[in-house]
Design a protein around this ligand. Structure first.
Ligand code: FAD
Length: 487
């Protein structure tokens, strides 16, 4: 009988893929064929607001994976699930139709995805001769497993990081990878041949790019495939990581790896990334050696930590803040402020630069994500979930755990002028994204409305600040305090 690996939108690769490897081993043992499948659910993309850039990235990577697997005579079937609720049925029908004895997949930790898997597990259980195994593949350390002395999950980052470093140091095997299927998992049976013919779908109507040129431009920025991702890593480790500790918050130099799109769709394996990073660190673990590497791995640990948060506070995957008291905040309905924020026309250069970057590159530097999020939820006092959704609709690297944790409301309010002066000292990042301000050379660029004369400012053709920073920061703090006390 045949064995199925079900590819998901977080593991679109053949390299070091735990579920795919387990399925290939099982197929060999039982002398059955290895089949792979992707469940294409256009309504999920609409439900999550997935950006055209990310939707297209998923399809482009599936195209590469399909061709790599087919070279080994392993089909990748694309099965469409028109209704969000029909996934279990579609998977079970497929499994029965193709005489599957065992279904493998890698675990997704969000609540809807877990419920879907439970539903499939129940249906599989009703079949006497079928099994369903879901493996941990997305992280090095399994989410939920790093605990305090009393056994509860670690909920604070610093102790989590300490525990993560110690766990990965003592358990070397956590970084071990598994090989891709080797091509002996042949699918020679004639009745399976038609699976090779299933086509990579087109983008749904609502997820189209404005033009073909737009699609080509985004694809050039984010080339698909594991090879492209690992090349990006090599380039980062060779040229940039040494400066990462000192300069990672300075967006003008593009100091980070830009690997997030590859992590979020599982185009690269975090284990393989860390193996290469360890090599670049002269074989040392991540608590010693190069300061840049230590700082960079800390971010990877944040990614792991946020998956632990998703697992231990599942309501964060259901549109609720981790600190539920923030659900009581009375948000403002500032239609004009919202529009200006989206378009990068708030009149605050650092914020506008960040928003113009996301609108152009389907990506934004982390420092800007922090600042634009703070500006929306505090200075504009707009429901942070609208911003969270906007990010999903525009980022190529959208990831529920990272995005919801990044947007988690708090009392911290960033002053975007002070932030710009610190992180964009010479104004180069602002100049790159806000052409109206390109002619400004000094400190005026950080707050042109306050630092230029009225005539000089008006000549720029740059918007007036939509709100006053100090007043609105104060308003937000008072509002949060009052509403949280009432909660
Ligand atoms: P690098 O600095 O090179 O870091 C390497 C990897 O570590 C990243 O690719 C990412 O996987 C992980 N990482 C880095 N920073 C963080 C972080 N703060 N939290 C968790 N993991 C991190 N990241 C996403 O992948 N998808 C999102 O949808 C997302 N939304 C965000 C929203 C807000 C409001 C904020 C403040 C942050 C968000 N982040 C998100 C986290 C972070 O901004 C991005 O991961 C990072 O900017 C990606 O660039 P990079 O790959 O060059 O990162």
């Amino acid at each position: 009988r045949n064995v199925l690996h079900w590819v998901r939108s977080k593991d679109i690769r053949q390299e070091d893929n735990k579920g795919l490897h387990a399925a290939s081993q099982k197929a060999k043992e039982g002398k059955g064929s290895l089949i792979t499948m992707y469940l294409w659910s256009p309504n999920d993309l609409v439900f999550h607001g997935t950006s055209p850039a990310r939707s297209d990235f998923i399809l482009d990577n599936l195209r590469i994976l399909k061709s790599q697997l087919e070279d080994k005579n392993i089909p990748l079937a694309i099965v469409t699930s028109e209704k969000r609720g029909s996934k279990t049925q579609r998977v079970m029908d497929f499994a029965k139709e193709h005489d599957i004895s065992h279904i493998y997949a890698n675990m997704e930790y969000e609540i809807d995805e877990l419920r879907r898997d439970i539903s499939i597990a129940k249906s599989v259980q009703e079949e006497k001769d079928m099994a369903f195994d879901v493996l941990h593949d997305q992280t090095v350390v399994v989410p939920g497993t790093l605990t305090t002395r009393s056994g509860g999950p670690l909920k604070v980052f610093t102790p989590y990081q300490r525990s993560w470093l110690s766990e990965t140091k003592s358990e070397f095997s956590l970084l071990d990878s598994v090989p891709p299927p080797d091509g002996n998992d042949t699918c020679a049976r004639k009745d399976l041949a038609k699976l090779f013919d299933t086509q990579i779908p087109n983008l749904p109507e609502t997820k189209q790019f404005d033009s073909e040129e737009e699609r080509a431009r985004i694809r050039k920025l984010w080339p698909a495939g594991n090879e492209a991702g690992m090349r990006r890593l090599a380039d980062f480790l060779h040229n940039k990581v040494a400066d990462y500790a000192a300069h990672r918050s300075e967006p003008a130099g593009d100091p980070s790896s830009r690997l997030s799109a590859y992590f979020s769709a599982g185009i690269v394996s975090v284990r393989e990334v860390l193996q290469q990073t360890k090599k670049a660190n002269g074989g040392k673990h991540f608590d010693a050696g190069d300061a840049g590497i230590i700082a960079w791995v800390r971010e990877i640990v944040f990614r792991e930590f946020y998956r632990q948060v998703t697992v231990t506070t599942p309501h964060t995957a259901m549109n609720l803040p981790q600190n539920l008291k923030f659900d009581n905040v009375e948000w403002e309905d500032d239609v004009e402020g919202w529009q200006k924020w989206c378009e990068g026309k708030t009149g605050v250069p650092f914020i506008d630069a960040g928003m113009r970057q996301i609108n152009t590159e389907a990506y934004m530097h982390n420092r800007l994500r922090m600042n634009t999020a703070s500006y929306l939820r505090a200075n504009l006092l707009i429901d942070y979930r609208k911003g969270e959704r906007y990010f999903a609709e525009h980022l190529i690297d959208w990831d529920l755990s990272n995005n919801t944790q990044g947007w988690e409301p708090s009392y911290t309010v960033f002053n975007p002028v002070v932030q710009a002066e610190k992180c964009d000292k010479h104004g180069d990042y602002i100049r790159q994204w806000v052409p109206e301000l390109r002619g400004l050379k000094g400190k005026e660029i950080f707050a042109p409305h306050d630092r230029l004369s009225k005539e000089e400012f008006e000549k720029l053709g740059y918007p007036y600040p939509h709100v006053n920073y100090a007043e609105t920061a104060q308003r937000a703090k008072q509002r949060y305090k009052r509403n949280l006390a009432e909660a």
